[in-house]
Design a protein around this ligand. Sequence first.
Ligand code: TRP
Ligand code: ZN
Length: 470
Amino acid sequence: MEPRARSRLPVTAAAALLALTAACTGGTVQGRPGASGLRDPYFPKAGNGGYQVEHYALDLGYDPAGGRLHGTAVITARAEQGLSSFNLDLSGLRVEGVKVQGAGARFNRTGNELTVRPAEELKKGEVFRTEIAYGGKPKALADPDGSEEGWITTGDGAVGVGEPVGSMTWFPGNHHPSDKATYDITLTVPHGYQAVSNGELRSRTDTGDGRTAFAWHSPEPMASYLATAAVGRYEVTTGRTASGVALYTAVEPEEADRSAGPLARLPEMVEWGSGRFGPYPFGTAGAIVLPAGTLAYALETQTKPVYSGAPDSEELVLHELAHQWFGNSVSPESWKDMWLNEGFATYAEWLWAEDQGEHTAQERFDAFLEGDTSVDGRAAADWDAFPPAAPPGPEDISGSPVYYRGAMVLHRIRQEVGDEKFFDLLRGWAVDHRHGNAGTAGFTAYAERRTGHDLKKVWDVWLYGKARPR
Ligand code: TRP
Ligand code: ZN
């Protein structure tokens, strides 16, 4: 239709006709604004509609003394509709300029939404490049559950952590786990500091002005909540696992002695996980041990989980490693699906302990059921407050039922189908959804198909049932 109109009518008339046609047919020709949120049940404004990001290139300088971050984000994305404008999520900071496809774009900000209006509309299917120059003093966010996330300063540095929505405090993006992308994160910091991020360190360059640029590359897709950047005076250790996964650990010197024990078996754990859940999904593994007291939690940031001070235990290290399969490679469709992350990572702890000849998973399961804290010190947590697949609100997505009742669901499946089918299910789930997204309904259907068992009772009672199962 377009070429025909153009050949028969003067250009302006053709444009008017196209616009009219678009208006009449609901905008099939003309672009329209992308949605300002993805309607996540708990974080409706997180993420944005109308495009999917393919790649983020963040080039950021950080000055630990002043707490200022400054640089550019280059976002390569594919339009999923014609776009007259689109949104990015960004909290705080100052946007200095935006270009789309090399041309200056208009932008405005309301709350955590940065709306970009390109000079020329984007066509459905078009791959486009948006460059945002920005900077300022990033501010951390308080989560619905009271914990802090986002850009967090330490005594002499900082770290970016983003679960569930904190990444918008340090870079503009499509901040919802359903939009995964590859990353290149380059951090420039004063001499004497290390800058650590996800993936592989491609280069370390003296910029000639008293600073060093650390260029980190993540070739596998990553949900933005798993991006990290840590600036500090870390002790770095590198190595390789038996099967060749590169290891990089950055440890706050004051925590080095206490970290050595819990981190010692990380290489072995990577191999163990690969045996249980299928090949480790990333090219690199490691850890970042922050100064004690930086955060109230550990986080499974992709390839290099962050710990606030030395990890308390080997099981915590195993938990964050297990997230690399469950959460990071197989990512949740929505924040309501958190048990697919936490229930699985918790059950991985139980399996590791079982394989070490410590408590069996059955013993842990029984202990939780009976409130017996002698097996797992956490058994007394209010695990029966709500069912794992239905946390009542955003403040509950990190609640104990998501972890412990989530793990118990997996153990109930194991009891129903037996070890052989159960381990085939765990591995199949991770392998078949590798580097993708999945939700709870997808899991229950997959589990029944893969094992050939009707598991409706397990779902009704253990996954969705409000009452405390007996
Ligand atoms: N995912 C972290 C873990 O390893 C815990 C966590 C930190 C968390 N922040 C969160 C869980 C926000 C849910 C939401 O267990
Ligand atoms: Zn976890």
